[in-house]
Write a protein that binds this ligand. Structure first.
Ligand code: FE2
Length: 301
C-alpha cells in the first residue's frame, strides 16, 4: 500500500506543481469579533492567533516548520501595526502537530516538530499559549513526546482558564475520544458558557457542536456569546464545491462545518483550514482550503 501511495504522490506532484505552491502560500487573515455589551473592559483588543494542523513530517517536506514560522511572524507584524501589546496576545494551537500512521504512510518522525517547538520556545511574543490535541496526535505512537514538545514550547494543555476577563475552555478530540464528550464534560462546558459573558472554546474537531446527541450544547447555550476555534478539516484540502460532501474525508458526519465562520445561536464557530497537509497529498486547491494562520481581535461593541 505504501508503494502505491508513493507512486500516487509522485504522479500528483509531477502533474500538479500549482497545488504544492498553493499549500506553501500561507495567508494571515485578521477577523474582528464584537464582544457582548457587558463584556469586561480588559477583553477589548485581546488578540488570539490560531495555528492548527501543522502535520509536520520531516525537514524535507514542502510545508515545514520554517515556512509556518515565517507566516506566524507575519501575523505578529500585523498585531504590531495595530499596536496590540504582547500582554494582550494569546497563541492557540488546535491540534495535529504531526501525522499519525495511515494506510499510505508511516507516522511522522518528530524532527521538524522539535525544530518548530524550539522556535516557539524561544519566541517571547505571546502572554499565554494553550493547546488541545488533534486526532493525529492522539493516534501517534509518540503522543507523550508530542505533549512534552508542546509543553517545552511554553504551551499549556487547555482545560479551563481565563485571561483578560475571557473564559477559555479546551475540549478533547471528538474523532478519537468522542466518549470523552459525556454528560459530565458537556454539563461542565455548558455551565461555564452559561456563567460567562463571553467564552472561547478550543477544539480540534468542530463536529461535536452540531452532532452531540440532541444538540445538547446548542440547545442549552443558544442565547450566550461564544467562539469555538477549530481545525481538522483542512478545508477539504482539495476543495471542489460539487464534491465537498464526498471529499470531506475527515468528518464522520459529513458535517457542514468545513472552513470559515458558522453562526450557531448567538455564538460562532470558526473552522480554520490550517497550515499543514496530509502525508500523501501535499497539495491544496480551492477557496475553502487556503492555508492560513488566522488572528481574532476581540472588540468592545
Ligand atoms: Fe489535520
Amino acid at each position: 500500500m505504501r508503494v502505491l501511495g508513493s507512486l500516487l504522490r509522485g504522479c500528483i506532484n509531477f502533474l500538479s506543481p500549482q497545488g504544492i505552491e498553493n499549500a506553501c502560500d500561507i495567508q494571515t487573515p485578521v477577523h474582528e469579533i464584537i464582544l457582548p455589551e457587558n463584556a469586561p473592559e480588559q477583553a477589548h483588543n485581546l488578540a488570539i492567533v490560531q495555528i492548527t494542523d501543522t502535520h509536520l513530517h520531516d525537514e524535507d517536506h514542502v510545508v515545514n516548520s520554517g515556512l509556518i514560522f515565517d507566516a506566524l511572524s507575519k501575523a505578529e507584524k500585523q498585531l504590531n501595526v495595530q499596536n496590540i501589546p504582547t500582554e494582550k496576545r494569546v497563541l492557540v494551537f488546535t491540534g495535529d502537530l504531526v501525522s499519525a500512521q495511515t494506510q499510505f504512510a508511516k507516522a511522522s518522525v518528530l524532527s521538524d516538530a522539535e525544530a518548530f517547538c524550539d522556535q516557539l520556545r524561544q519566541h517571547p511574543g505571546f502572554a499565554r499559549k494553550w493547546y488541545v490535541l488533534g486526532n493525529h496526535d492522539e493516534m501517534h505512537p509518540q503522543i507523550e513526546d508530542i505533549k512534552a514538545l508542546l509543553q517545552q514550547a511554553g504551551f499549556e494543555r487547555l482545560r479551563h482558564d481565563s485571561f483578560c476577563g475571557v473564559d477559555f475552555s479546551g475540549t478533547p478530540d471528538y474523532w478519537e475520544t468522542a466518549e470523552a464528550f459525556d454528560d459530565v464534560f458537556l454539563d461542565d462546558l455548558i455551565h461555564r458558557v452559561q456563567q460567562n459573558i463571553f467564552t472561547v472554546i478550543l477544539s480540534h474537531n468542530p463536529d461535536w457542536v452540531d452532532h452531540q446527541e440532541g444538540h445538547k450544547f446548542l440547545e442549552e447555550i443558544r442565547e450566550k456569546a461564544f467562539l469555538v476555534l477549530a481545525g481538522h478539516t483542512h478545508g477539504c484540502q482539495i476543495d471542489i464545491p460539487l464534491l465537498r460532501k464526498f471529499i470531506l474525508w475527515n468528518s464522520k458526519f459529513k458535517s457542514e462545518l468545513i472552513s470559515g465562520f458558522y453562526e450557531r445561536g448567538n455564538g460562532q464557530v470558526y473552522v480554520s483550514p490550517g497550515v499543514g497537509v496530509q502525508h500523501q497529498l501535499p497539495h491544496r486547491y480551492g477557496k475553502k482550503a487556503i492555508p492560513e494562520i488566522p488572528t481574532f481581535i476581540l472588540k468592545s461593541s
